[in-house]
Design a protein around this ligand. Structure first.
Ligand code: E4P
Length: 219
């Protein structure tokens, strides 16, 4: 399973990248706003900086909701770094049309705000590179986000769709583990959720004992 970090914070992206396990970055307008990135040029410059840190897979989201606007913005985002940028488009009728347009041009897309298997089917038929079911936001309303991931994976495998299932809106470490079980191709996670995978008390206790034993005979 690939790991993307779900943030626009450059320090966190650098930290995750330095761990050596990072495959990409997802951003959205809320995450960009959280970093106080204002205006088109500042956004583009920020994406450039993210592309300088990571090797590939930088999802950059359009703001437009109409087809023509999505095409214009998507082209501009793609031009920032054609090898690394993935154009992120909402799962609306206009968004699906834009996914189809970009997939025909060979541009990679991430179809976002997916909350049902029907939406995921349309994204795959339009040729999306990634589809992003929002796990945490479904859990927030007492639905089962991980089950949606598993359902989409089953359908894609049954019909041979190549679209990768990118589990998004991951809130904690156990979401990652459950999405792994569900067969997600990618999980995009906050830094803390990724670091949480490392935590085990027996690792800490074991290391402490190894170091104490080594110190005893090397004093
Ligand atoms: C990623 O592509 C999504 O934009 C993000 O995971 C949403 O997460 P949230 O539900 O925690 O805002």
């Amino acid at each position: 399973m690939k790991f993307f970090i779900d943030t626009a914070n450059l320090a966190q992206i650098r930290e995750a990248n330095e761990m050596g396990v990072l495959d990409g970055v997802t951003t959205n307008p809320s995450l960009m706003a959280k970093e106080n990135i204002r205006g088109d040029e500042a956004c583009k410059e920020h994406y450039r900086q993210i592309c300088d840190i990571v090797e590939d897979n930088v999802s950059a989201e359009v703001i437009a909701t109409d087809y023509e606007g999505m095409i214009r913005e998507g082209e501009e985002l793609h031009a920032i770094n054609p090898a690394k940028i993935v154009i992120k488009l909402p799962c609306t009728a206009e968004g699906i049309r834009a996914v189809k347009y970009f997939s025909k041009k060979g541009y990679r897309t991430n179809c976002t705000l997916v909350f049902s298997v029907g939406q995921a089917l349309l994204a795959a038929k339009a040729g999306a590179t990634f589809v992003s079911p929002f796990v945490g936001r479904l859990d927030d309303i007492s639905e089962d986000g991980v089950e949606l991931v598993a359902h989409i994976v089953r359908v894609y495998r049954t019909y041979g769709y190549k679209t990768q299932v990118l589990a998004a809106s991951i809130r904690h470490t156990n979401h990652i583990v459950k999405c792994l079980d569900a067969g997600a191709d990618v999980a995009t996670c906050p830094l803390n959720a990724i670091k949480g995978l490392l935590k085990h008390p027996l690792t800490d206790i074991g290391l402490e004992k190894f170091l104490a034993d080594h110190a005893k005979v090397n004093a």
